[in-house]
Design a protein around this ligand. Structure first.
Ligand code: ZN
Length: 462
């Protein structure tokens, strides 16, 4: 049975989407005021893996992510850098998308910016006011947490704690309760502002997510994901907003949260000088290293980043590469029954993945397969068919993990090269071998090798 751990119940539960195999998934996106770091990368690699696995299992996943493109931090940073807030926000949105592309995170169905959903946000604030769960004071409209009896159901608390990394509860003297959070903030002179029935202002942080999910999913959906430091107050606030607006509960069936990432045992912080952006990482290492590094730890457990661990991951990838190479070369066609029980590994892979996405065990199974396969290859006992089937299985796994056949996945083939390959193919079809060989030479000069296979020409980097 497919099980996932639900933060709401603190238990593993059978995974049954609300409607057949349709899965609506929402994950909190970035606030675009700076480059994303490897802690963010962890969360997004995990949900990319989860989405890809679910899709492989036949679930129809709509993966929605918001982009917080207006926020106090954006305004403050723009002021510091003396640029227009939107210029800064758009720039870091582009940088975020570039980072995601570099990490092969390509499973998101839709990115939804907060500023593109002001109408939906205002509509939610209006409904909360109408139901008397919100009130207006001098600097904005706030949510009255004392009115929502279940406030604290997800995090099991109602007040901020010292370790809350993202403590965006706005302070205001006239607030009714200390934990009341802002829904619509009055803009100060010179700040970005949108017209509303009350005053020119901008959205609070928590309301953008529920406005966006209500628009695309309706008032209830299957999975909400994010880093665990978002549980309070952010996700707690989302429940308080949406369940009051719709009168339906639960807003979300399964809450999935990723563990922290520390650097050499410490929390990442600019002041500590241990802040590693995705771009910093990619300057030194390949993206597949980050993917394996992240996935070899269970998504709920803490991870510590250190160079020793990265070296370890590199060695593991080298072992996989060597194995794949050997499989590709394995031509020993023994006329004996297959000795290789691939099904055992396939079953194990599925069993552990369906147990709350236990990727460390799945990866351990891959390495067991590498060991077993290697020893048979060394004894010249792996049949051609076994090698073919193992490769096929690895390719299937890699559609979810994306760290095995990375070279081929990542390689960008220049347009000019593709044209040459097409030309050469034409000459070959005409039987003009001399011209075809000339072009092969040109291709070689560009650093590529073209191989003619039954399915047509294949390009390889030399
Ligand atoms: Zn969020």
């Amino acid at each position: 049975m497919f099980k996932v751990y639900n933060t709401l119940s603190r238990k593993k539960e059978a995974f049954r989407p609300r409607k057949d195999k349709k899965v609506n998934l929402f994950v909190c996106g970035p606030t675009t005021y700076d480059h994303s770091h490897i802690g963010h990368a962890r969360t997004y690699i995990v949900f990319d893996m989860i989405t890809k696995y679910l899709r492989q299992k036949g679930y129809d996943v709509f993966y929605l992510q918001n982009i917080t493109d207006i926020d106090d931090k954006i305004i403050a940073r723009a002021k510091e850098e003396k640029v227009f807030w939107e210029t800064l926000s758009r720039k870091f949105e582009r940088e975020y998308l570039k980072d995601m592309k570099a990490l092969n995170i390509n499973s998101v169905s839709k990115y939804a910016g907060a500023t593109a959903h002001i109408k939906e946000i205002i509509s939610q604030v209006k409904r909360l006011l109408r139901k008397s769960f919100a009130y207006q004071i001098e600097d904005g409209i706030y949510y009255d947490i004392s009115k929502f009896k279940n406030y604290g159901m997800l995090s099991r608390r109602t007040v901020l704690q010292a370790e809350d990394a993202v403590s965006r509860i706005d302070e205001a003297k006239e607030k009714r309760n200390k934990g009341d959070f802002c829904l619509w903030k009055k803009s100060k002179p010179g700040e970005p502002k949108w017209r509303s029935p009350w005053f020119f202002g901008r959205p609070g942080w928590h309301i953008e997510d529920t406005a966006i999910t209500e628009k695309y999913f309706g008032s209830q959906y299957d999975i909400h994901g994010g880093a665990r430091d978002l549980i309070f107050p952010h996700h707690e606030a989302e429940i308080a907003q949406m369940e009051v607006i719709s009168g339906k509960k639960p807003m979300v069936k399964y809450w999935l949260h990723t563990g922290f990432l520390t650097v050499k045992g410490q929390k990442m912080a600019k002041s500590l000088g241990n802040f590693i952006t995705i771009k910093d990482f990619l300057k030194k290492h390949s993206a597949r290293i980050l993917r394996l590094f992240v996935l070899k730890t269970h998504y709920r457990s803490p991870i510590d980043y250190n160079e020793k661990e990265i070296e370890q991951v590199k060695k593991q990838l080298e072992r996989i590469d060597e194995f794949v190479e050997k499989l590709n070369l394995s031509r020993s066609n023994l006329h004996i029954l297959s000795r290789f029980d691939l099904q055992k590994f396939e079953k194990e892979f599925e069993r552990v993945m369906e147990d709350n996405f236990n990727t460390p065990k799945a990866i351990a199974a891959i390495f067991e397969l590498v060991n077993k396969g290697n020893s048979l290859i060394d004894k010249n006992k792996l049949t051609y068919n076994d090698a073919k089937n193992i490769l096929e299985f690895l390719r299937k796994i890699d559609k979810v993990f994306n760290f095995i056949f990375w070279g081929k996945l990542k390689e960008k083939i220049p347009h000019e090269l593709l044209n040459l390959v097409k030309q050469r193919q034409k000459y070959r079809e005409q039987g003009n071998w001399q011209k075809a060989d000339e072009i092969r030479g040109k291709i070689k000069q560009m650093g590529y090798w073209v191989e003619d296979t039954k399915e047509g020409p294949k390009i390889k980097k030399i």
